[in-house]
Design a protein around this ligand. Sequence first.
Ligand code: 7TS
Length: 413
Amino acid sequence: MNAVALDIQKIRQDFPILHQEVHGYPLVYLDSAATSQKPKSVIEALSRYYLETNANVHRGIHTLSELATSQFEATRSHVAHFIGGVANEEVIYTRGTTESINLVAQAWGDLNIQTGDRIVITEMEHHANFVPWLRLAKRKNAEIVYIPITGDGLLDLAEAEKLITPNTKLVAFTHMSNVLGTINPVGALTELAHKQGALVMVDGAQSVPHLQVDVHELDVDFYAFSAHKMLGPTGVGILYGKQQHLEAMEPYQTGGEMIHMVSFTDVSWADLPWKFEAGTPNIGDVVAFKSALDYLDEISMESIRQHEIEITQYAMDSLKATGVITIYGPEDVSLRGGAVSFVVDGVHSHDLSTILDTQGVAIRAGHHCAQPLHSRLGVNSTSRASFYIYNTLDEVDRLVDAILQARRYFVRG
Ligand code: 7TS
């Protein structure tokens, strides 16, 4: 499908939350990298589920349970199609990206990482794709090394090639940085990893909402993302894993739903994907997630990416034109997504976000769960504006005006 310009005003009509005032100003929501807003269709699907079909899945033989199960599994098929046409068995429901990565770190890591093995991650990881590997390395007495970033916020591929050694068992990295916006070359890194016999875990929390992702084409072993950053409800995540890896792994949690047979002395596991889905899952939110995927399909990922490029370019140009703002991450918008982190000369990022909030502009301030990256950048914190399908260029103007006003307040004369 070709990219068609998004009709932003029409899209905004689907997001009731955006039509409100905050501190007397029309809300400008620029924090979609933290969580996106939800269209009416998703909210209605959630309420319809509880009004009409709520029941537990995979157990009852009554009508509501069958309906709930078929809706729950329909979302799985849609996800499988959405990420490139994988098998349903390869799509595991979790609570979010964080849980998806922890699942791999425990269920795969425990079996496959030994003393002296190497785990390669990068300097730009979110803590969700950092702490589980650091912990695994410490637990197993393995070595963890970091692919460095270049001055313009890209991964240093020459260094990556040197770091991915024959004793490397896993290479884990983000597809799109939540701080720098950088889109990493998944294919090239995966090739380097596979050449050494290492598996690849990709954190897709920021990329799946913004890019067309085909995990087959990328040839990655594991890929994780969250529904709530892509118009869906909170509390639902996806772990994609190649079937042969998932088959070889032990369960992550045990209990109901994930067993084939239990006796007083023994237990056997359910088939994929249920082997990794112990307990009653988040049925209502999974069901509503399908409406989010329908919405994204309807407007198309190509058009979403085109809008992201346009608004990110406009924002970077406008922020730069102030002459008082340092932006982190690649300058070339074709290499980055719509999370733009920056520091305003003379204004602390927390003060900035507090002042912006008084003008109805919602941004994020802090280390964005990427403390090692911030220390690498030599700053304690940054401010971050992040854009999605409902943001307009006018809202970027509101952001820049509000920043300049805040600066006049803090930096007098
Ligand atoms: N990985 C990346 C790259 C992320 O941006 C986030 C969340 C996660 C993992 C964790 O996702 P979760 O759904 O399990 O929480 N990022 C952010 C953020 O940038 N601001 O708030 C959450």
